[in-house]
Design a protein around this ligand. Structure first.
Ligand code: SAM
Length: 231
């Protein structure tokens, strides 16, 4: 992967950035995504935010090597603290982290989202945390995709301002993915159901405690909920 040729995962994130966008990429290790977006003429300007020194320095070097220092500002900062009001950011990308970490970044500096109209979030795990945050904070899913790369499954969630009310199944699995049921989605959740069922079998063989019974019942509910969608 480099700034010209992204991974399939980051290419999917890039595909949702509107032409002319002013982008903040948070957790921008190497700044590949902002460099790609500016090179392709998709983003007009970008901020690359990184909290760790090593990746921050890689991002600075990359932006210099690509000759993009006029269009891309690299800042060492925690999450959305990398965004300044004068940047007029309209699109935020946060990719390659767990859902709960992405949510904590969004929650820590809510004022940085004032001018933002689109969030493109790519959680490696627990996308559910993002859907819950979005519902609580008046963001609505505009799109949702799932993809597999190098044996790993990734989801990309695209949010715009708006209200959405999701059922428990939609929060866990994603309303757009439930509607389209791509093969990768069905495989992911079939594996998850098989894991839960293995845990249930282990619990059935273990001592009957209130905790075990509660866990068994919780898993039974999850299995039913997911099977209803994928079977
Ligand atoms: N976004 C790139 C991608 O998807 O390929 C890099 C993903 S890398 C696994 C996660 C990066 O996010 C790391 O460089 C890490 O230092 C950075 N990071 C984690 N928490 C952060 C935070 N609160 N603020 C800024 N960067 C953060």
């Amino acid at each position: 992967m480099n700034a010209q040729k992204l991974s399939k995962r980051l290419e999917m994130v890039a595909s949702f950035v509107p032409t002319g966008a002013v982008v903040a990429d948070i957790g921008s290790d190497h700044a590949y995504l902002p460099c790609y977006l500016v090179h392709k003429g998709i983003a007009s300007r970008a901020v690359a935010g990184e909290v760790v020194k090593g990746p921050y320095e890689s991002a600075v070097r990359q932006v210099r090597t690509e000759g993009l220092t006029n269009q891309i500002t690299v800042r060492m900062a925690n999450g959305l603290a990398a965004v300044e009001e004068a940047d007029h950011i309209d699109t935020v990308t946060i990719a390659g982290m767990g859902g709960p970490l992405i949510v904590s970044i969004l929650e820590k500096h809510p004022q940085a989202l004032k001018s933002v109209t689109r969030l493109i979030l790519q959680p490696n795990i627990h996308a559910k945390a993002i859907r819950e945050w979005a519902m609580r904070n008046r963001w609505a899913l505009q799109d949702e995709v799932i993809l597999e790369e190098d044996g790993k499954v990734y989801e990309v969630l695209v949010l715009q301002r708006g209200q959405m009310d999701l059922s428990q199944a939609e929060i866990l699995l994603g309303p757009k993915l439930i509607a389209t049921k791509p093969a990768v989605f069905v495989e992911k959740w079939s594996r998850e159901v098989a894991n839960w069922q293995r845990v249930q079998q282990a619990i059935e063989k273990a001592e009957k405690t209130a905790d075990n019974e509660a866990k068994h019942a919780e898993l039974a509910q999850l299995v039913d909920m997911v099977q209803e969608v994928i079977l």
